[in-house]
Design a protein around this ligand. Structure first.
Ligand SMILES: [Zn+2]
Length: 393
């Protein structure tokens, strides 16, 4: 394989034109996420049926032409665990890919592990070995060595062949539609997540009473602005647990704030003056203007948890039978949400496990279990599934 890296804007534009004509491209990127406000791209790798090339985003600064292609409805883009790539796309052009394929999801629909690493999928599907990716590389350093570029290109190179085989096998077992539904859902989920205000992602914020919640929201907003201004990750400006601590204690002076030991660190201490002002302002907001309490996403009753574990057994059993990854089908939270929705008649749209292909494949069994219409026992050794679920007479 050539270790080609494009550094000129004209060459990049020509590559984009080539990708457009091919109508399909494999894409991977390398980035560094813990030093700046947003992850910083270090390399973009592309594989078309004819070419496998990298683009240097430090040299080719304007990548708009590519993000437009990624989001268009004519070019198929193949990725592996493409969450980061989709996020870049949303941030850069405000849209999500229309024709995305993720081989990690595809593999979870025809085998029981999810998420699988790229090298594991290459080995499983193509029977080839690739070096695991260069996790220690600083992708913002220049020059990159030919080996580094070579390994990075390998991350894109095998994607088309893998998808070719996966799509045939998914087609033959009637799961190709599931795969496409999942690809679209991943893109949509990321789009929604990017739209949620940053404070909603502060861990622990869902448990706060209304006044504390308002203070936390205001500090989080200040943190976001500070992080953007200084081009640092928000959590480096102030950790989530310290943010929540400040919102609960609402110190009036820097001295009071310092009662929490970690806030004595120089990087936090120098910002406490600003934070105290934010807290003071939030405390002066009248009661009737406080935000409503948030519903905690993780607070489920112990009954709900017991029943969802039982549902998990039923789900795991069918997944074993179908040879599909349970972690892709539904998480513990999905199960508990289903229990809550069905038992309390809570109406917030169909629970994920009863929606789309999941509903078609698993819905009936899950409902039967929930309604007490089945009993189960351990299957004899060498059975196709570990448990047997039977209709209750
Ligand atoms: Zn990579």
């Amino acid at each position: 394989m050539e270790t080609k890296i494009l550094t000129y804007h004209e060459d990049f534009l020509e590559l984009c034109e080539h990708i457009r004509q091919c109508g399909i491209v494999a894409f991977d990127s390398e980035f560094v996420s813990d030093i700046s406000y947003r992850p910083e791209l270090g390399l973009l790798q592309f594989a078309t049926p004819e070419r496998c090339v990298a683009v240097d985003p430090l040299a080719v600064a304007i990548l708009t032409s590519w993000w437009d292609i990624m989001a268009d409805d004519t070019t198929t883009v193949i990725v592996h665990g493409g969450q980061a790539e989709i996020k870049f796309c949303v941030q850069m052009c405000g849209r999500i890919p229309q024709k995305l394929i993720d081989i990690q999801i595809a593999e979870g629909l025809r085998g029981r592990s999810y998420p699988m690493s790229y090298s594991a999928i290459v080995e499983r599907v193509l029977g080839r070995r690739v070096a695991s990716s260069q996790t220690r590389t600083d992708w913002l350093r220049r020059p990159l060595s030919p080996e580094q570029i070579h390994y990075a290109l390998e991350d894109a190179a095998f994607l088309p062949e893998i998808w070719e085989r996966q799509s045939k096998s998914l087609e033959s077992c009637g799961r190709l539609q599931w795969a496409h539904a999942e690809f679209d859902r991943m893109c949509q989920d990321i789009f929604e997540e990017e739209k949620t205000p940053p404070w909603e992602r502060v861990s622990g914020i869902h448990k706060l009473p209304r006044r504390d919640l308002l203070v936390a929201q205001r500090i989080a907003k200040w943190r976001e602005e500070e992080a953007a201004h200084r081009n640092r990750p928000p959590r480096r400006i102030l950790r989530d647990d310290l943010l929540i601590d400040l919102a609960k204690r609402r110190p009036k002076t820097v001295q009071q704030a310092l009662a929490t030991r970690d806030l004595n660190r120089p990087e936090y201490r120098k910002r406490l003056d600003d934070i105290i002002v934010v807290i003071e302002e939030a405390c002066s907001v009248p009661d009737e203007q406080l935000p409503p309490r948030l519903r905690s996403r993780d607070e489920f009753s112990s009954d709900e948890q017991v029943i969802s574990r039982l549902l998990g057994l039923a789900l795991g059993n069918v997944c074993a039978e179908l040879d599909i990854a349970q972690s892709l089908v539904g998480t513990n939270r999905d199960l508990t949400e289903l229990v809550r929705a069905v038992r309390s008649g809570e109406k917030t749209g169909p629970p994920r496990l009863l929606d789309g292909w999941r509903g078609e494949v698993f819905g009936e069994l899950l409902r039967d279990v929930l309604d007490g219409r089945v009993r189960f026992r351990v299957a004899p050794p060498n059975s196709s599934t570990p448990l047997i679920f039977e209709a209750q007479e």
